[in-house]
Write a protein that binds this ligand. Structure first.
Ligand code: FAD
Length: 553
């Protein structure tokens, strides 16, 4: 199916009668479990554009009982279009209503009510964070959207002490968390590149950035969660308490519960950041240096990298934020027509306390094989560094290029497959500018908690490769939507055929067997958790994993 095709879901019910289902739930009967799995697996996706618009009996399809629930917040049937949009701009399905919760009990009340409507109801519920999904993952066609940003409880609170943490509501934006924690000289240690995303949204996926090689992704930096399950029950969970739910929800694509609050670990915040960029001609020395750097304890605090194909005036563009070490040589460097690899590093420091870091940085850079004329550096505050993508957002918004379709593709490629990947993808499949950044950097899995729902390659070192393209409306050239989607498909086809250890991050699949392949040996655990925490498959239908439901009596 073309990713540009608007999609809605049609549910084919599977009815398993009451006595069998209680047996599943009570006795954990393996055989019946397997039957249910087979039934769930046989479901199909049907595209039905009629569901995209509210039907003439729009209001009558909302259960009257839902409208009568005593919410602290409110349920709205107006201005629903925002909930049918996301950053990807590829999928759009209107919900029936949006709940603006003011308390956790609003969320619990709504979900338990939908659960009690039973298997004959098609009503689904999606928590919506900041709507920065790529393929309708936070949408609920004809269902109920819960706008998590309106949940302002618990009030954000920083706990200082030996193991500091911040407690935040599930719909809080990371940028607000940074502002608040900096007041205490503290900050979370693991980030995403862009901070205008919600805690619930990134913890449902993973949250990976240049700090993940050392601290693991954001889902590994959480002490405790409060979660409303697909039955409407409210649980506190952590490594020690309700740990199955805790691990399931982290990276769980919203399938097992709605995160209503989180306790996120903090570390002392750096005052300043040395932010460095250097270029490489060839992929193998670039990746060799990246891998060496992530293995060094205490060298850099952030390590990323990106690929640039045929970019004109590349180094001149950097000059607005970075200073070249050798301005004369840098001005003579020509990037046109070349495929170049940029290593991006950051070193955090406190000028009042630490020894000057320049010498140490020079020593570390001295061991690397980059093109010497391309060393650029700048010194910024931690806030400026972490919120760097927002600066680009403002510029893109100004020129009308933020709200265009974003056919992004994110992959996790094991170290043993990365050379083949680079050779084929950067050498053959990508034949020009990708109209957006292509990130590529390794992480060290030994720093990651393996019990969460996030699927990663088996090897200890793997690379995040992110094709972050923007599609130009109406273009039929390489920067047009169809062309970019075709290129993404080529990359995925190549990976499927030749690189069996590669996984999608922020996965997007339309077929049940692809989801099963994605989870591999962990599919059974995923299914067990689904049966336990959301047996009617009410939550986050926009992920398109479970279309059907099990009748529970
Ligand atoms: P939404 O899009 O609103 O929701 C995402 C999914 O989570 C949906 O299925 C939704 O139902 C579910 N959900 C939302 N809130 C909750 C909740 N409280 N409880 C349970 N489920 C919930 N990701 C990275 O890892 N690293 C990056 O560096 C990175 N950079 C990005 C930069 C940009 C510009 C964008 C647009 C995205 C980036 N992402 C990155 C991807 C991002 O992490 C995901 O798209 C994330 O889902 C967006 O968060 P959101 O708050 O907008 O979530």
């Amino acid at each position: 199916m073309s990713g540009a095709q608007p999609l809605s879901l049609s549910v084919r019910n599977i009815h398993i009668m009451g006595s069998q289902t209680s047996a599943i739930l009570q006795n954990n009967n393996l055989l019946i479990h397997k039957i249910i799995m087979v039934l769930l697996l046989t479901c199909t996706l049907e595209s039905n554009t009629d569901d995209l618009l509210p039907s003439s009996n729009h209001y009558s399809s909302v259960p009257l009982s839902l409208m009568q629930l005593p919410f602290d917040g409110h349920l709205s049937f107006h201005n629903l279009h925002f909930a049918a949009q996301d950053f990807g701009g590829l999928f759009s399905s209107l919900p029936l209503a949006v709940l603006y919760p003011r308390s956790v009990s609003d969320i619990s009340l709504a979900v338990s009510h939908v659960f009690q409507l039973g298997p004959s109801s098609d009503l689904k519920v999606a928590a919506r964070g900041h709507g920065h999904s790529l393929q309708g993952q936070a949408q609920a066609p004809g269902g109920l959207i819960i706008s998590m940003e309106s949940l302002q409880k618990p009030k954000m609170r920083v706990f200082t002490g030996k193991t500091p943490f911040v407690e935040v509501p599930g719909g809080e934006l990371w940028i607000n968390i940074l502002h608040e924690t900096l007041k205490y000289g503290l900050a979370p240690s693991s980030w995403t590149d862009y901070l205008h995303l919600t805690v619930g949204g990134t913890l449902s996926n993973g949250g990976i950035s240049g700090q993940a090689f050392r601290h693991g992704p954001q889902i590994n930096n959480v002490y405790q969660l409060e979660v409303v399950t697909g039955k409407g029950e409210v649980f506190t969970c952590s490594e020690k308490q309700n740990s199955d739910l805790f691990h399931g929800v982290l990276g769980g694509l919203g399938q097992f519960g709605i995160i209503t609050s989180a306790r996120i670990s903090l570390e002392p915040a750096a005052k300043k950041v040395k932010w460095i960029r250097v270029l490489y001609h060839d992929f193998s020395s670039f990746s060799k240096d990246q891998e060496q750097l992530i293995s060094l304890e205490g060298a850099f605090d952030y390590i990323e990298g990106f690929v640039m194909v045929n970019r004109t005036g590349l180094l001149n563009n950097w000059r607005s934020s970075f200073n070249p070490k050798d301005p004369v040589q840098a001005s003579q460097f020509n990037s046109e027509g070349k495929t170049l690899y940029c290593l991006e590093l950051a070193k955090y420091f406190d000028p009042d306390v630490d020894e000057p870091v320049d010498g140490e940085i020079e020593r570390l850079l001295g061991n690397l094989g980059y093109i010497s004329s391309t060393l650029f550096m700048s010194e910024v505050s931690l806030l400026e560094f972490l919120d760097r993508v927002h600066v680009s957002e403002l510029k893109l918004r100004e020129s009308g290029l933020w709200e265009v379709p974003h056919p992004w593709l994110n992959l996790l490629v094991p170290k043993s497959e990365i050379d083949d990947f680079a050779r084929e993808v950067f050498g053959n499949i990508l034949t020009g500018n990708s109209n957006g950044p292509i990130l590529i950097y390794p992480v060290n899995k030994s720093k990651w908690n393996r019990q969460t729902s996030l699927v990663t390659p088996r090897e200890d070192i793997f690379y995040l490769v992110a094709f972050l393209s923007s599609a130009m409306p109406f273009s039929t050239e390489k920067d047009g939507l169809e062309q970019i989607l075709a290129r993404n498909q080529n990359i995925m086809d190549y990976c499927k055929a030749k690189l069996p250890g590669t996984n999608q991050y922020l996965p997007q699949y339309n077929k049940q067997e692809d989801w099963e392949a994605h989870y591999g040996s962990r599919w059974e655990v995923f299914m067990r958790r689904k049966l336990k925490y959301d047996p009617l498959a009410i939550l986050s239908p926009g992920q398109r994993i479970f279309r059907n439901k099990i009748q529970v009596t």
